[in-house]
Design a protein around this ligand. Structure first.
Ligand SMILES: Cc1cc2nc3c(=O)[nH]c(=O)nc-3n(C[C@H](O)[C@H](O)[C@H](O)COP(=O)(O)OP(=O)(O)OC[C@H]3O[C@@H](n4cnc5c(N)ncnc54)[C@H](O)[C@@H]3O)c2cc1C
Length: 468
């Protein structure tokens, strides 16, 4: 395993020979889950492949962060859940085990400065609020059922839904202030965006691709149900190890030119020739690559019409998960930021204790303007308001602002604001000549998630193999 722990910065002999002789079948751009799943499928089918990764590491929006004694927490994507079949299968094939997210104990809700305990996903609230929440979610799920995730722009109501924001819809549909605030909290972490920034057609598509609102937000039975032993990056590290020198780090692709004999791809100082390319970078990051000839207008529009969300993930590490002694699960919703959602993110053994918190949407924008120590103070202050003064005594504090990462542009995912799906949605997956597209945003199941990234890579690999 040592080889993958040390990034491979130079190509090995086999890859170098293939590159020099111009014999490559496929160049995959990006070594996140999508790119590595694509390369794995291509190699298994006998296609010669190289994966070109801009960063000095694999994983993209997934990254393990060591917290000592061989334990890790995740700085990016981490949870998996039921119906996420591709990630479950891949973890199984690679021998990466799962364990359940810690849920024992009561959850917390902090609203208007008042702290209450509850169990399950929906807090115990006044009956009008509960009715409002239930009715709102039922309506959202019903809208989602109308959407064909392969072509949301063809939905009967597509034009109307795409001209309305989730914020407008909430104002018109929900009537209690508390229900509206709970939905905003969920939106900030799920999309890294405010409800006003999201097209209703996009929200309906996103719910449909996951199954329902509850599938997105639940722990047990939903997207936060399970974690991966050794951290989520373990899967990509193992794939990269299998691919060996076919993965090239520090290789940012700056141009892809089509000529009569195939593709010329510039990555750093090297030019690579390939018969096909699979570009797996997030849609807005596609514009960092110069295409010759230029991409069709709809593809260039896509890159401008699908901004990344803004999400910061912060972890505080303690000698032990002290909140468990107080009968708390570590899961909390908080209407007073910067941290609006927390979870117990301790390793399987429970030692050390780790609390993870999310700062998303407009909170993330103002948070990013604070200095380093102010941010730490603000996050620990949020934890203290939920879990008491012991939360201030963190042994370690880790934080990642995904909007600060040039090769991601933000997180957790790129979203369509109003008008986006109907203007540019078809360009998400439609190949352009010899160039194919993957990445979680192009997925039709679990779009935005690790599972969607994997299926998108496998789908693009299938397209390329059929074409070759
Ligand atoms: C804070 C956070 C929390 C999340 N939580 C979860 C979760 O709990 N569960 C879940 O399932 N998902 C979660 N996600 C989402 C999940 O991480 C992503 O859906 C998934 O990792 C995307 O994989 P991808 O391969 O499509 O894209 P990426 O991981 O973005 O990979 C694209 C790769 O392309 C590279 N690249 C970009 N431009 C170039 C270029 N020009 N040349 C070469 N390489 C380039 C990038 O460096 C990157 O490595 C979360 C994301 C974040 C940020």
């Amino acid at each position: 395993m040592e080889a993958i722990r040390n990034p491979m910065r130079t190509p090995g002999r086999a890859a170098a020979e293939a590159l020099d002789s111009g014999q490559l079948d496929v160049a995959v751009v990006g070594a996140g889950f999508a790119g590595l799943a694509a390369a794995r499928a291509l190699e298994a089918a006998g296609a010669s492949t190289v994966v070109l990764e801009a960063r000095d590491r694999v994983g993209g929006r997934v990254l393990n962060a060591p917290i000592g004694d061989g334990e890790v927490v995740e700085a990016g994507g981490q949870w998996i859940g039921p119906t996420q079949d591709r990630v479950a299968a891949l973890a199984g094939e690679l021998g990466v085990e799962t364990f359940p997210t810690h849920t024992e104990g009561s959850n917390l809700l902090r609203l208007d400065g008042r702290l209450r305990r509850y169990r399950g996903t929906i807090p115990r609230l006044a009956p009008p609020v509960l009715i409002d929440v239930a009715r709102g979610l039922r309506k959202l799920n019903r809208l989602a059922e109308q959407i064909d995730p392969e072509a949301p722009w063809l939905a009967r109501d597509a034009a109307r839904l795409d001209s309305t924001s989730l914020g407008d819809w909430v104002e018109r549909t929900m009537w209690t202030r508390t229900a509206k605030r709970l939905l905003r909290i969920a939106t900030r972490t799920t999309f890294g965006a405010e409800p006003e920034e999201l097209s209703m057609l996009h929200v309906a598509f996103y719910l449909r691709s996951a199954g329902s609102f509850e599938m997105l937000t639940d722990v047990e039975g939903g997207a936060q149900q399970d974690r991966l032993v050794g951290g989520s990056q373990e899967i990509v590290l193992r794939i990269a190890e299998q691919l060996g020198d076919r993965v090239r780090l520090d290789a940012p692709v700056s141009s892809i030119a089509t000529d009569p004999s195939g593709l010329a791809i510039r990555a750093g100082n090297t030019e690579i020739r390939a018969r096909r390319a699979i570009v797996t970078v997030p849609p807005p990051i596609r514009s960092r690559i110069e295409f010759a000839p230029e991409l069709p207008a709809i593809h260039r529009q896509l890159a401008q019409r699908m901004p990344m969300g803004w999400l910061v993930k912060a972890t505080a590490v303690y000698p032990e998960p002290f909140w468990r002694d107080d009968g708390l699960s570590g899961e909390a919703l908080n209407d007073d930021g910067p941290v609006t959602i927390t979870f117990d993110n301790s390793p399987p053994s429970g030692v050390p204790g780790a609390l993870v918190g999310f700062v998303g949407g407009s909170d993330a924008r103002s948070f990013a303007r604070l200095g380093k120590s102010e941010r730490r103070r603000a996050v620990l202050g949020s934890f203290q308001s939920l879990f008491g003064p012991r939360a201030l005594a963190a042994e370690q504090y880790l934080e990642r602002d995904w909007a600060d990462e040039g090769w991601s542009g933000g997180g957790p995912v790129a979203n369509f604001p109003t008008g986006g799906w109907t203007a540019a949605g078809p360009a998400l997956r439609e190949p352009v000549g010899l160039v194919h597209w993957a990445g979680t945003e192009t997925a039709t199941r679990w779009s935005g998630y690790i599972d969607g990234a994997i299926s998108s890579g496998e789908r693009a690999a299938g397209e390329v193999l059929a074409a070759l």
